[in-house]
Design a protein around this ligand. Structure first.
Ligand code: SAJ
Length: 418
């Protein structure tokens, strides 16, 4: 099939490359010329697509990257929208979806299909995408096919590969579902059809709201357990011996990333639009998670107080700056807020993260150092925020005068866990 994947980021690029590997003729369309030039040169910037894979589909001619919408002029059999759906002032920003839909609509032919993968609230496909496609193409729904299929990318996940993760598929009508399922069956091992796009849109938000709420609950439990003098980590492992009806989550410095702090807010926003009341579990979860960086700083100050070290002027070394263990991504990372809070209190903040590429200086706003024994020993306090596999935990335990361990990886008289 002639396939267009609009948006060549951590969701669109793996889909485009995989579809090309599976025999489709794929155009990776992205409005960012720098990004498409990089891709056309065979350089992948997405954790789960190697440059070797990218070069292979470029060389075979199965894939090409472009920022030129004229490349769509010949039409397409199926176009997949994988553009960002961020929040703007706490509300969904669908402007990228709208502009992408207009561009695809201009080249939409009779019988062709458009699938939305970008996360959004239930109703987006039918109420927003389809009307834009109709207006831009002059066709009516039914002349073309449309549906929703949520992305389930787990960046750097060693356990679930892209193709093995079951793919939900939906269509605005039976023909759309057939066409969409037919395409994804060539790319994924398992496709799971649902009756309507609204079900697939809701399922996606359910998946991430489930995680956000449970992570927030375990963070609140961690704060209470500390007050009660109970080791929450031991309690979690004890509860996890129950072979049914329990899912293990662990406390941390807060919930970061491009999914969990964002996707559930789409649900809450839609709830408020429809019922006048936001989705309360999301609101509460967001409030608890927002408090976690402050809690980390409060615990750190308590630890320094015990050692008669004022926070102002203290040299603090933060270990693990990205939003998730072993990730390379800083987006919404709680470490950034911990660093800001510490700086506001007059501390000297240094950060070490072996996962962040050397050239990446974005957003750090702190002195970036290596987690060397010298740096660790010279700090008044070390905070382990993300327990990346690349850290030498023995060295941290041995050389740190005091460690606040947010991930329960260390032990010793100089260690306190969150
Ligand atoms: N976190 C905790 N405690 C936990 C689990 C996570 O504090 O027990 C924190 C992480 O450190 C991170 C945040 O929550 O800051 C989010 O972690 P995550 O494991 O949910 O990772 P994400 O944000 O990459 O979530 C993505 C989601 N995938 C999609 O939306 C397609 C999510 O649904 C996946 O379950 C998750 O990857 C995954 O399992 O890798």
């Amino acid at each position: 099939m002639k396939v267009v994947v609009a948006g060549q980021g951590y969701v669109g690029l793996p889909l485009a490359v995989r579809a090309a590997e599976r025999g489709h003729s794929v155009v990776g369309y992205d409005v960012d010329q720098h990004r498409t030039k990089q891709l056309a040169a065979g350089e992948s910037f997405v954790q789960d697509v190697t440059s070797v894979q990218l070069r292979a589909v470029l060389d075979s001619g199965a894939y090409r990257a472009t920022a030129d919408a004229d490349a769509l002029a010949g039409g397409y059999d199926i176009a997949v929208i994988t553009v960002p759906t961020p929040l703007r002032h706490g509300a969904p920003d669908l402007s990228f979806v709208e502009s992408c839909a207009r561009t695809l609509g201009e080249h939409l032919r009779q019988g062709a299909t458009v699938v939305l993968e970008s996360t959004s609230y239930p109703g987006t496909t039918r109420e927003l995408l389809v009307p834009i496609l109709e207006e831009a193409s002059g066709l009516r729904a039914g002349d073309f096919l449309a549906g929703f299929s949520p992305e389930r990318i787990t960046p750097g996940s060693p356990r679930f590969s892209f193709a093995e993760t079951p793919k939900l598929v939906s269509g605005i009508d039976a023909k759309s579902l057939d066409a969409i399922r037919g395409f994804y069956d060539t790319v994924f091992d398992i496709t799971v059809p649902v009756s309507r796009p609204e079900v697939a849109e809701m399922a996606k938000l359910l998946e991430n709201t489930f995680r956000l709420v449970n992570i927030s609950m375990i963070n609140e439990l961690a704060m209470l357990a500390h007050s009660l003098g109970v080791n929450v980590w031991e309690a979690i492992e004890a509860a996890n011996t129950k072979p049914f009806g329990f899912t293990r989550f662990t406390p941390g410095p807060g919930v970061g990333g491009h999914c969990l702090p964002v996707d559930p807010v789409f649900l809450s926003w839609k709830a408020e639009q429809e019922t006048g009341v936001p989705f309360q579990f999301v609101e509460l979860a967001a409030e608890v998670n927002h408090r976690m960086p402050e809690y980390v700083v409060q615990r750190l100050m308590e630890g320094l107080d015990k050692r008669r070290i004022p926070i102002s002027g203290a040299r603090i070394l933060l270990l693990g700056l990205t939003y998730k263990i072993n990730a390379t991504d800083l987006r919404e990372s709680p470490s950034l807020r911990v660093a800001d809070l510490l700086r506001d209190l007059g501390a000297e903040v240094r950060g070490a993260d072996p996962n962040i590429p050397e050239g990446d200086r974005a957003e750090l706003a702190m002195l970036r150092v290596d987690a060397s024994p010298e740096e660790i020993a010279a700090a008044d306090a070390v905070v382990l925020l993300m327990d990346h596999a690349l850290f030498d935990f023995e060295a941290i335990q041995e050389h740190a005068p005091y460690v606040l361990d947010c991930r329960n990886r260390l032990s010793g008289a100089n260690v306190e866990v969150l």
